[in-house]
Design a binder for this molecule. Structure first.
Ligand code: SF4
Length: 482
């Protein structure tokens, strides 16, 4: 499966590349203008749609639609309303359909105690069976949950209990049309699920979904419309369609204080990763975010931080940062273009830039000469790697340095960062910070908020070093590597 390229225009001219991970375009309500609806979605920038089946017929129709359109993928499954119909033969048929190359998920399955159209024990049985099917086929789940409360009235409780008991969502999944509050969202994210947000996020200024959208890590958000249902403002009362996902994206971007382009790129990246749609973007040497341009010049690093995002994914903020080779100085400068178009040019990426010190120096000095402001994000190992104090050289090439301090003592640092140079590394990192201060290079230290680290102690050390501290969230929960 491949993600289609945008048709025509440069990326700067095109609308943001959007995704809609929950549509039902096979339904009769689109019978008269389905192709026009798909065209409008494409014109609005929607490049990835998942057409969701909810019984045998709609699952087959979803596949047929996906076969006809390069931007549409399919899911197969049985809605909780029809749970009582799930027998071995039907399950086998879903398994057969799921082998189709355009099928990217199992669902829509789950629990619906609001309409209760199937007995609840049948709903739970069918949900369990489809979780097992998804796990067997290594496909993500698309979960519908409506009023699936336990006796104590806790929303989503029955869905989460079954997910836990069945170890569901081994390949991930999405809680479609997210029905809970912030606490539920955290519980869902902890279980490895994404949170699907659609039109209801536009219904009130600071309602339930405002908190959810604010708190959920952006790498766990998915955009959806549930078309033909749940149209966003100002289309309430009309038939919904995937082009309106742009309104959902605009509202989420506003809440999260991101640009729509950034939000769109991150969420389509989330969808590509979750649904394993290949053929996304080529590796990025330079990637733009929040007005800065980040440079990804190497994937080598002298640390192995267990929380490092590069162990989780090839993509960050929707950019593929897994390099197939290290770029040359000329290629990096070409990728940057005019450095004054960006607030800062930051050496960062999926590796430690000072592993390529000569490149950092050559590129940094050139960009500064062209009027750019340059920052180095580093693990502070540069002087250790090159067996000399490299700060005076860096002082010519960068305007500021940010050092990942990450701990207040050597033992914690070694435990969480796994430095290649061993236990003495932490003292070298601290010495590197002192060298920057001494050389009058503006320096910030950072620490990731993980349980092993006492941030109070890191703050005290930063005060002692007389440098500002920036605490970074660890994003989605990550497992400690063995
Ligand atoms: S220093 Fe940075 S790039 Fe290297 S492993 Fe740690 S978090 Fe990842």
């Amino acid at each position: 499966m491949t993600l289609p390229e945008p048709s025509g225009g440069t990326p700067r001219e095109a609308p943001p590349l959007l995704s809609d991970t929950h549509v039902h375009l096979n339904l009769d309500r689109f019978a008269n203008d389905r192709e026009a609806v798909i065209r409008r979605a494409r014109d609005a920038g929607v490049r990835l749609l998942v057409n969701v089946g909810f019984d045998l017929e709609t699952s087959r129709e979803s596949i047929a639609l996906a076969e006809r359109s390069e931007s549409i993928y399919a899911s197969v499954g049985l809605h909780p309303h029809d749970s009582a119909k799930l027998d071995d033969a039907l399950l086998e048929e879903f398994e057969r359909l799921a082998a189709h190359p355009m099928v990217v998920a199992i669902g829509e399955t789950g629990l619906d105690y609001y309409r209760d159209l199937s007995p609840r024990d049948e709903q739970r049985r069918a949900f369990r069976e489809q979780i097992r099917l998804a796990n067997r086929l290594d496909l993500p789940l698309i979960v519908h949950s409506r009023d699936a409360k336990d006796e104590r009235g806790r929303a989503l409780a029955d869905v989460l209990a079954i997910v836990d008991e069945e170890e569901g969502g081994a390949a991930g999944g999405v809680m479609h049309c997210f029905p809970g509050d912030v606490e539920h969202a955290k519980a869902v994210v902890e279980r490895g699920f994404h949170v699907g947000i659609g039109g209801p996020v536009t219904y009130s200024a600071r309602g339930r979904l405002f908190g959810v959208v604010t708190e959920v890590p952006v790498n766990r958000l998915l955009l959806e419309t549930d078309a033909p249902w749940l149209p966003p403002v100002p289309h309430r009362g009309e038939r919904n369609e995937p082009a309106h996902v742009a309104l959902v994206a605009a509202r989420i971007a506003e809440i999260r204080e991101m640009t729509v382009a950034d939000l769109a790129r991150v969420t389509i990246g989330n969808a590509i990763k979750l649904f394993r749609i290949t053929g996304g973007s080529a590796p990025s040497v330079a990637y733009e975010m929040r007005g800065n341009l980040y440079l990804n010049i190497t994937n080598r690093c002298t640390n192995e931080c267990y929380f490092c995002v590069r162990y989780e994914s090839d993509t960050l903020w929707g950019y593929n940062l897994r390099l197939d080779r290290e770029p040359t100085v000329d290629e990096i400068l070409e990728a940057v273009g005019d450095p004054t178009r960006h607030r800062e040019i930051v050496f960062c990426g999926y590796g430690e830039p000072t592993v390529r010190l000569d490149v950092v120096l050559a590129v940094g000095e050139r960009l500064r000469a062209l009027g750019g402001r340059v920052r180095l994000d580093t693990n502070g190992h540069g002087s250790l790697i090159w067996s000399r104090n490299v700060v005076p050289e860096l002082a010519r090439a960068v305007d500021a340095v940010s050092v990942s301090l990450n701990a207040a003592d050597a033992a914690t640092y070694e435990s969480i960062c796994g430095p290649k140079f061993g236990a003495a590394t932490f003292d070298h990192v601290v010495a590197f910070v002192r060298q920057c201060v001494k050389a009058h290079v503006p320096v910030t230290v950072s620490a990731v908020d993980v349980p092993e680290v006492d941030l109070g102690e890191v703050r005290a050390l930063a005060r002692e070093l007389d440098v500002p501290l920036r605490v970074r969230g660890s994003g989605a929960p990550r497992r400690r590597r063995a």
